[in-house]
Design a protein around this ligand. Structure first.
Ligand code: ZN
Length: 415
């Protein structure tokens, strides 16, 4: 039995025909595709095209179609959204009546089924007077949890005001992928490369060090990280963590590229390592800071930057951080979603309608960069200033730290 998947294709040029669209989508490629795919161009009462199409394709073509989201068809960037799950072709429900999530799963070789996480095709729509421009300085978009619907995740982030993102890496594979994504979205996505303390036990070897060295030199790589020390979980032994951290700090000094540093229960050793490089250090960002006020004060005194994630929104766990942040100079604050982790799950009553709607766009256990405004709002509340002031300072700090000011202007975003 053949299975089909249905898509909404939007922002079509007026002159688009069924024929030209199906050719563009690759549905003319084989006799089987020609006979099994289906394109419908709805018209209004006067017979004029409505600027969108419904497309039904055999399910093995679905991934191909998603890849074409936001690409140019006859000078227009088209949007392609999955309408609902697998099944035989049937009359389409209007998009707004369908559920927010569609189960996306693929049947691969030997009938193995994989995927299966829900894909949300809901877009973010914030009134322009409520939207503040932001930069997400640490987001794990190279994480495979985003591999099936990255375009939608990017769409939502852009519409939420996130103008640039720095993609962190934890492993060699993620470093490679971050660089690849930065190349696909120049001026919007930037790469960070490095091996996280959790993974140095497995990955810190001569071959990989050489690869990291080559990646660090690339212009699209704007930071080194996540690197650092984690004496909380101890996935790698202390000695190898320290060795890998020192070598990666050395690389950051050589290239004068900022460090996205991970520190957990290792404050003293972390400081000890960095002190060895005093006078040569590039900007240091203590990413996802969750420490004490005394630790924050030490970092500030050393000239470091503090990365704030959704941790600050946690009602109980975030209390200490909220207290510490009250005295943090505004010129040291950077905002990061840390997605897919660190959902800013503030008590629902403390969120405004924008915050609630942004959190509603995420799957239950997967954070997305589109929630960064929620973090900015909480920082504003804690510091008793406006969210615009927080955003302005954080964007300025991000551009200075990561040297982003030379990159593409915000007006040329990929949407
Ligand atoms: Zn981290």
């Amino acid at each position: 039995m053949d299975c089909f998947q249905k898509f909404y294709v939007g922002n079509l040029p007026v002159k688009a025909s069924r024929d030209s669209l199906s050719k563009y989508l690759g549905l003319h490629a084989t006799p089987y595709l020609r006979s099994s795919s289906w394109v419908e161009l709805p018209q209004d009462q006067s017979g004029k095209p409505m600027g969108f199409a419904y497309v039904s394709v055999p399910h093995h073509m679905a991934n191909h179609l998603i890849q074409l989201n936001n690409t140019k068809f006859q000078d227009r960037r088209i949007t392609i959204q999955l309408i609902h799950g697998r099944g035989r072709p049937q009359p389409f429900r209007p998009l707004e009546q369908s559920s927010n999530y569609a189960m996306q799963s693929w049947v691969g070789p030997r009938n193995r089924r994989y995927g299966g996480q829900p894909i949300s095709y809901e877009m973010v729509d914030i009134p322009s007077d409520k939207k503040v421009p932001l930069i997400d300085v640490a987001v794990n978009l190279a994480n495979k949890i985003f591999s099936l619907d990255l375009d939608f995740v990017l769409d939502r982030a852009i519409n939420a005001g996130v103008q640039k993102m720095i993609l962190t890496a934890n492993t060699l594979q993620m470093s490679d992928k971050s660089v690849m994504l930065a190349n696909q979205h120049p001026g919007y996505l930037f790469a960070s490369v490095g091996i996280h303390p959790h993974f140095v036990e497995k990955q810190w070897n001569t071959k990989n060090i050489d690869i990291i060295k080559r990646l660090v030199a690339l212009p699209e790589v704007v930071a080194i990280g996540e690197v650092g020390l984690d004496f909380h979980r101890y996935y790698s032994k202390e000695a190898i963590q320290i060795e890998a951290f020192e070598k990666q700090v050395e690389l950051a000094c050589e290239h004068q590229k900022p460090l996205l540093a991970h520190e957990r229960n290792s404050h003293e050793k972390f400081i000890e390592v960095l002190k060895k490089f005093r006078g040569r250090l590039p900007p240091i960002v203590v990413h996802c800071f969750t420490g004490t006020k005394a630790e924050m004060d030490t970092y500030i005194a050393m000239g470091f930057y503090i990365g704030i994630t959704g941790f600050i929104c946690k009602e109980k766990a975030g209390k200490q951080l909220r207290e510490a942040l009250k005295d943090c100079p505004l010129d040291r604050i950077l905002l990061e979603s840390g997605a897919p982790y660190m959902i800013p799950n503030a008590p629902i009553t403390s969120l405004d309608s924008v915050g609630r709607s942004l959190l509603g766009k995420c799957q239950p256990s997967r954070n997305e960069p589109c929630t960064l405004p929620v973090v900015a709002q909480m920082v504003a509340k804690v510091m008793d200033i406006t969210v615009e002031e927080v955003a302005k300072a954080a964007v300025k700090n991000s551009k200075r730290v990561f040297n982003l000011s030379h990159s593409t202007d915000e007006t040329t975003l990929p949407l």
